[in-house]
Every structure is written in C-alpha cells, then in structure tokens.
Write a protein that binds this ligand. Structure first.
Ligand code: FAD
Length: 382
C-alpha cells in the first residue's frame, strides 16, 4: 500500500484554513504540491455571519449577502454618521463561504480532504499528525487549533472577550434602512461595561441585531437576551416582530502571542496564529491578507509566518486591551472620541494596519492621554 507524504497539511477548515487553501489553489506554485486538509466537522451549518470592510470590488462579491455604503455610531448623546469614503461594509454568511470554498477546492486533484479530529502534531524530519481516524505526514503544517495554555495560564497578557448574542428579526412594518448599518450603539449598555448594540439591516423589515460585550468575563445568557429585548423595544420600537434565527459567539481579544512557537515546520493560523485583530475581534480580512503573506514567504523561501503579526500595531493593541481589561467602563468614551474625531475610513485603515506613524500619533492625540500613559508604562514593563 502506498503512503502519502503531503507537502502541506492544513488542520482546521474554518476561516483561516479555507482562506489559505483557496489562496494556495489560486497560485500555480502549489499546483504540483500535495495538500491535505483535516477538519473534524462537516462544515454544513451557518454558524456565523462575517462582516468586513474593503474598497471597491473584492474577492467575495459572488457570495456577498449584503453590503452597506452608509453607517452610524451612537454614543449616549448623539448619532455620529460614518464617513465611509471609498469603503463598503460587507457581509458573508459562514455557510455560503464554506460551500463556496469546498466546491472550489474539490476542483483540484492535488487537494485531499479528510474528516478527522487531530489531537497531536509531532515535529521530526517530517511532521507527524495524529488524528482519531489515522496518522498523516507532511513537510509543513498549518494548524488552526488554539493552544491550551492560552486558556490555562495566568500570565502578563491581556485577555478580553468579545461575546455577543444576535437575533435575526422580522418586523411587520417598515422600520429599517437597508442602506445603512449601525456599527456601535451605546445608548443601552450593561452596568459600567464596554457593551453596545450592532444592527445590520437587510431589508426594510429584516435585520440582525446583536448585543455585544468587550469585557474580561462572560455574562449570564439572560443578560444578552434582556438587553436585546430592551434595545429592540425601546430604541428600534418595531411594534410586533419575530425572531427568525439566533447566533452567538465568543472571540478572544488578546495580545497573547499565539504565534510564539511558529517555525519552518508548524505554523499556527487563524485565532491560534494571532490572526484576530486584538482590539477589534475582526479576522475575516486578516485571514485573506495573512494567507497571501504566508504564500509569498513560502515562495521566497522565508520563514512562513515572517511579519505576522505587525509589531507596531501589536503594541497599540496591547495599550487598548490593557485599558479595556482594567478600566472597562472607559470603552464607551474611547470609541465615542475615536468615531467623533475621525472619519471611519481612517479608522478602517488604522485597524487594517495601513496607517503611518504620523497618522497614528494624530489619532492617538485625540484621546485623554492619562489612561494611555498608564497602560504604556504597564505594557512596556512587561
Ligand atoms: C457568530 C460569530 C460571528 C463573527 N463575526 C465576525 C465578523 O463579522 N467579522 C470577522 O472578521 N470575524 C467574525 N467572527 C470571528 C471569526 O469568525 C473568527 O475569528 C474566525 O472564524 C477565526 O478563524 P479560525 O480559522 O481561527 O477559526 P474557525 O473559523 O473557528 O475554524 C477552526 C476550524 O478548525 C476545526 N478544528 C478545530 N479543532 C480541530 C481539530 N482538533 N481537528 C480538526 N479540525 C479542528 C474547527 O472545526 C473549525 O472548522 C465571528 C465569530 C463568530 C462565532
């Protein structure tokens, strides 16, 4: 019986694994390489809704569910319109992305998909991957399993959680503007925390309404539900409405160095590879960007994860997380100042890590310096 040694193996076909697999498939450098994908689930559920921003037409136009050219942010006093510039805020359903990616990958005979749960990866002359169904070997492995020590260790890093529950609602009268989304609405918050509502309207009567926390601890399930109900009834005032679907999630917002053990053979990807932007929890576009960066590094014979993540922006993220972790009630004020003093296109560029030092200093000078100076002292000391 022949035994295959794969050139590359991808563990986990979620956002990161599928972005990477698609990017490899599109690049002729990989067309004669044997690529194994190991995924424990069927990937046939719509388990999340991904939003991201970009200018012009992007790679996902054919699976977009909706996009918005206008938006707002609300602090407790006023509505702040978002100056989008050339950006659109776009939405893809998880299931549409999984279906599209799986169909594309199936077109290439050099990709081999096996449903298996991996429990061990061992480095040697080749990497040995042990799953519940079998053992596999590859020269390089991209692994999206989150390291257990992230959950176990009490260390110097900040661990804030973005946790939320969302309801897809349908109203009996026209109350939404499907052209305009709400990024953050701080008119209803939970007990001195950084918490807000996010509204994505799809039609005049259908929207996803999500109550979100950026806090170190989770809350009881009923809290999200009661905040959602309050927001819908007191702010949206839709009259009668139906909940047609629900979603929820917990995204780690942390400066923990997930990427610390990356080397030539085993490279962590996705949340497990520090691909989630620590200060925002967004990762869909990072997965697209970082997959390209891995490919470019591999092709130029550099260490695959070189440059991931960017050190300057990681430092800014650490400052912001330090404040959210220790003075969580300040989040509302920080976001309010950020959106009031900056067009959102600049904030998008900053979150995409495209701004220059001069632009960064300009943005930071808008904030009350005290909490940032304190955070800086703490972050530099560690
Ligand atoms: C409801 C929800 C809404 C979100 N909205 C947004 C958003 O709007 N924009 C945005 O940018 N981000 C959003 N996120 C965050 C984003 O989805 C995650 O950051 C992203 O999915 C992380 O990518 P990943 O590949 O690391 O993990 P995942 O996408 O979770 O993929 C990991 C994959 O690995 C598989 N796996 C795990 N362990 C094993 C194992 N041992 N063996 C084999 N396979 C394994 C899993 O089954 C899974 O398929 C949202 C998250 C949720 C839950």
């Amino acid at each position: 019986m022949s035994y295959t040694v794969y050139d590359f193996a991808i563990i986990g076909a979620g956002a990161a694994g599928l972005h990477l697999a698609l990017a490899m498939q599109e690049d002729s450098f990989f067309s004669n390489k044997k690529i194994l994908i190991l995924e424990k689930e069927e990937k046939n559920c719509n388990d999340r809704t991904w939003c991201f921003w970009e200018t012009g037409k992007g790679k996902w136009e054919n699976i977009l569910r909706h996009s918005w050219k206008q938006g707002s942010m609300f602090n407790s006093r006023e509505e702040i319109p978002l100056e989008m510039g050339n950006y659109s805020y776009k939405m893809v359903r998880g299931l549409d992305f999984y279906k599209y990616a799986i169909k594309e990958i199936q077109k290439s005979a050099n990709f081999h998909w096996i449903k298996d749960e991996v429990f061990e990866v061992t480095k040697g002359s080749r990497v040995k991957i042990t799953g519940t169904q079998g053992t596999y070997e590859a020269l390089q492995v991209f692994d999206s399993r989150i390291q257990q020590d992230f959950f176990d260790t009490e260390d110097k890093y900040s661990r804030v959680l973005q946790h939320f529950k969302g309801w897809f609602i349908e109203t009996e009268t026209d109350i939404f503007d499907p052209e305009k989304f709400t990024m953050m609405d701080f008119r209803k918050t939970w007990e001195n925390t950084t918490s807000f509502t996010y509204v994505l309207p799809f039609t005049k009567r259908k929207a996803l309404v999500e109550f979100t926390f950026f806090t170190p601890e989770l809350v009881e399930s009923e809290v999200y539900e009661s905040m959602l109900r309050e927001y819908i009834e007191e702010i949206l005032k839709p009259g009668k409405y139906q909940i047609t679907e629900k979603e929820g999630g917990v995204i780690p917002m942390s400066d923990y160095p997930f990427h610390k053990e990356n080397d030539w053979q085993v490279i962590k990807i996705g949340t497990a590879g520090s691909w989630v932007k620590p200060s925002s929890g967004y990762s869909f576009k990072n997965a697209e960007r970082y997959s390209q960066q891995l490919i470019s590094n591999i092709k130029s014979n550099k260490i695959p994860a070189a440059g991931i993540p960017n050190k300057k922006f990681r430092f800014y993220d650490s400052l912001f997380l330090e404040i959210l972790q220790n003075k969580n009630y300040l989040g509302k004020e920080l976001f309010s100042v950020m959106y009031k003093k900056n067009p959102v296109w600049r904030i998008f560029r900053f979150l995409d890590e495209e701004t220059t030092l001069k632009e960064d200093i300009k943005m930071m000078s808008d904030f009350n310096p005290r909490p940032f100076i304190k955070a800086m002292v703490k972050v530099i000391r560690r």
